[in-house]
Design a binder for this molecule. Structure first.
Ligand code: ATP
Ligand code: MG
Length: 346
């Protein structure tokens, strides 16, 4: 009897419904080749759900997802709905409810692109830090108006994300780069530095603690000198978009929102958004979605299939098939066909 996985699919908005079928087609092909099965449960959640029902997902949405093995998401967001509504109405509740405290974002250079070879792993803390509800707006309408936003860092939160990064580094360079700002942010960041150093020493990896401003410059000037990065929620978010940009395009960057203990489903999604400017034209790059699906297969334990999918994706590019964001002329469907073709030839 073959293994069967249940995956909840939230294709979402904009180019989400264009790139998600590409990823599903690749996984289905691999399922045939590697002898496993995937039951895709499609969820029509997102902006249209919000327009109709006043919420991004049903009230019992989290309960519905809880019974699956993984969640695959395209993109959520639309020009008529504020960004914070989409984020706090869907992604953040899922990350928190399912204890997805690691946001893993690999960055690799693309075949044929000029510049140094890149192979980074950005480990972003995903459930606490600067993204917090604590704070408020005060004295509205007066000249003394102010806003206060608290950041929440816990020892447990810093320890577990650093441990994850350290374990990855042990299989790689043995060093983690930690993003900090302890010269300007005098409570949370010194605490972050202290706990990161403790966990790293315990795990037997070196820490290179770098101020976020200097680290951003290093990403641009010497990205090949960086291996595993561990960063808070906000810093990690910024660094991973920067990483995607220096690798070539936001259209290639994948991400995994992981619950490493596997108590709950993890969520896999391309880093890019709904890209309303190119939606509906069939030209979106499905690379990020397909690579995210490879990360999902790896997490589910289908490591051979995951490696084959990543190879096929990079291989299609090496063959010269590329979408417009990478300077090519291929459509979403053409790039997907190239990947499927490589999978069948393996
Ligand atoms: P959101 O609010 O949903 O995050 P956004 O407009 O802030 O949307 P993206 O949707 O990521 O951010 O789009 C940023 C730019 O990158 C846009 O010009 C978009 O067309 C382009 N882009 C994003 N994803 C892709 C993709 N998969 N293929 C090609 N171009 C893309
Ligand atoms: Mg955006």
């Amino acid at each position: 009897m073959s293994t069967s996985y249940t995956v909840d699919v939230i294709a979402g908005d904009g180019i989400g419904p264009e790139v998600v079928p590409a990823a599903i087609a690749c996984v289905d092909r691999l399922a045939e080749l590697h002898g496993f099965a995937v039951d895709w449960r499609e969820r029509d959640w997102g902006s249209e759900h919000h327009r109709r029902h006043g919420a991004m997902m049903p009230e019992d949405g989290l309960e519905q997802l809880r019974t699956g093995d993984a969640i695959f998401l395209g993109a959520v967001g639309a020009p008529d709905i504020p960004d914070h509504v989409t984020l706090w109405g869907l992604l953040i509740p899922i990350r928190r409810a399912f204890r997805q405290y690691v946001n893993l974002r690999p960055v690799k250079s693309l075949p044929g692109r000029p510049g140094p070879e890149l192979d980074m792993l950005i480990v972003r803390e995903n459930v606490e830090g600067e993204y917090s509800e604590i704070g408020g707006r005060y004295g509205q309408g007066t000249p003394d108006e102010a806003a206060i936003q608290e950041a929440v860092f816990t020892r447990r939160g810093i320890e577990r994300v650093t441990r994850f990064a350290a374990e990855r580094a042990l299989e790689r360079s043995g060093t983690i780069v930690s993003a900090t700002k302890s010269n300007g942010i005098i409570h949370t960041m010194p605490f972050w530095d202290e706990v990161v150093a403790e966990v790293a020493a315990d795990a037997g990896v070196r820490v290179d603690s770098v101020l976020i401003d200097a680290l951003a410059a290093r990403f641009v000037l010497a990205p090949a000198s960086i291996d595993v990065v561990v960063a808070s929620n906000l810093f990690g978010d910024i660094l991973s978009d920067l990483g995607a940009a220096i690798a070539g395009s936001i259209g290639i960057a994948p991400s995994a929102n992981l619950n490493p203990e596997r108590e709950f489903p993890s969520l896999f999604e391309p880093v890019h958004g709904s890209a309303p400017d190119i939606a509906g034209r069939g030209v979106a790059n499905p690379f990020a979605a397909i690579w995210s699906a490879a990360m999902m297969l790896e997490h589910l334990g289908e490591t051979d299939a995951a490696a084959a999918l990543e190879r096929a994706c990079f291989g299609a590019l090496a063959d010269g098939v590329a979408t417009a964001d990478l300077g090519g002329e291929a459509t979403t469907a053409e790039f997907t066909q190239a990947v499927l073709g490589r999978l069948s030839d393996m």
